[in-house]
Design a protein. Sequence first.
Length: 583
Amino acid sequence: MKRASLCGAPVFLLLRAPAAISSVRRRFCSIPNPILHDPNRLLSYVRKNCRAGGGGFTSIGDALCCFGKMIQTNPLPSARDFNLLLGALVRLKHYSTAIRLIERLPSLGIEGDVASLNIWMNCFCRLKRVDLGLSILGRIFKLGFPINVVTSSTLIDDVVTYNSLIHGLCNVGQLKDALTLLKEMTSRAIQPDLPTYNSLVHCLCNLGQWKDATVLLEKMTKAGIEPDVITYTLVIQGARNSGQLKEARRLLSHMVQSRVMPNVRTFTLLVDAYCKEGMLVEAEAIVDQMIQLGQMPSSFIYNTLMNGYCLQNRMDNAMEVLNLMVKRGCSPNVVCYNTLINGYCKGKRVDKSKMLFQEMLQRGLNPNDITYSTLVYGFCQVGNLGAAEELIKEMQSRDLSPNHYTLNAFLDGLCKVQQIDKAMILLRKMEDSKFVPDIVTYTILINGMCNAGKLNDAQGLFNCLNARGLQPNVWTYNVIIHGLCKGGCMEEAYQLLREMEGNGCLPNDVTYNTIIQGLLRNNENTRAAELVNEMVERGFSADVVTTELWVKYVVTNETSSFSKASMMTAFDQIKSETEDETD
């Protein structure tokens, strides 16, 4: 039985038919019968549970049962009581259902008030239908409700009316309209509050206008509205997303000085950003500050730190973070172990990866497909295909299906040891199973065939890609062009260079360097000179091998001054890049 059947058309059945109400109550309602059948007890129950801070409903079924019973009472409850129930539906986030019930109230003889309209408008805004929300605001004005006077409703007051609209406008990025409403709000002597400013700050940061968000932060403080943890975290996130880590750090310091306690999300934003930039000292300083302020780092934060060290191949430091994590009482999860296993596998230290794998099993953690795929990749990297194959079998015994990454890693391992026949058998198995080989799969095989001297087979597989519905990418083209150059098939390689752009794939620096080197080695110097000029004009640099071959050619042959100038430009670029790496 689908719970969604309580929304939409069945709601109208609930409003019209007592039998339907009874049916819904039996199926979905947990409210005792004595309450439902006694109007006074029913209203007391609604008033107690539907007020903000009350017990509240836990299911839409209970709310609809109450609504169905309320419309059967005589006399009917007041609009205020219905508003309490509608407010409960909003807190359950059943905005569409609340709208449908509000739209039925007039036909039932229940005249809604300004609170009903506020709820209606809020629901539209939550559903990102700000246009309809604005139409309800117009109706409030038209009916002459005193929007600048706080209503007696315990659910909604005048500032919430504007906040709903401003929040809705900000959600869809309509900042200009939201600011216009803010001006109108203040012109009516309605003071913006914290939710008003938080909506605007959120919108500004989403639009990349974090500097304007900091200005608004100062403005609200001067207006006597103290920013909370949400406000500061939003601005910190905005500065971080714009790459302004110093400003984000300054905002954190200002936040602490203002006695607003950062939460885990606040710290996580900065730790994650520093780690991605490789600034691990700064990331650890944030974690230390977090602990000093009484906040315990989450497993996500520890994992982020570990990943930062793994990216720099500082595995000893990554292990120190794991040990510190355990020491502080935070249990590592599968993600943490996967991060470390991946770090060791990339460094070809599969013995360490295997030890970590055993450790996670001892901790009662179940490896997932990422764990196994990473280990398969690691063992294939060091040529231990037997261990990789055993891992795939173990993976399947745990009801985990190998994914594209797993099979492509194993396929690449087979190709690296030139077991092309086994690789082709694996390809056929993939084609016969639910795993449709992707462009990565075929590129690995084409590369393996080229390296094994099976150029004709590689060309045949490359030429079949379109028939299989696959578009070669620049990596695929580079692989086959390299194979053709290695086999001395320069004309075919050159033609592929010219064809790839027509097929929507732009060559890169690797493409040019590969074919220029092939041309120079085969003494096709004129065509090589043309491609050097073309490469430099496109902003690509010659690599070391191309530069050495070209300099040798220039020294021993007559070359145009333009070609010489082009090569010197490329030479200067590679020299500059080499010096930057040294620094």
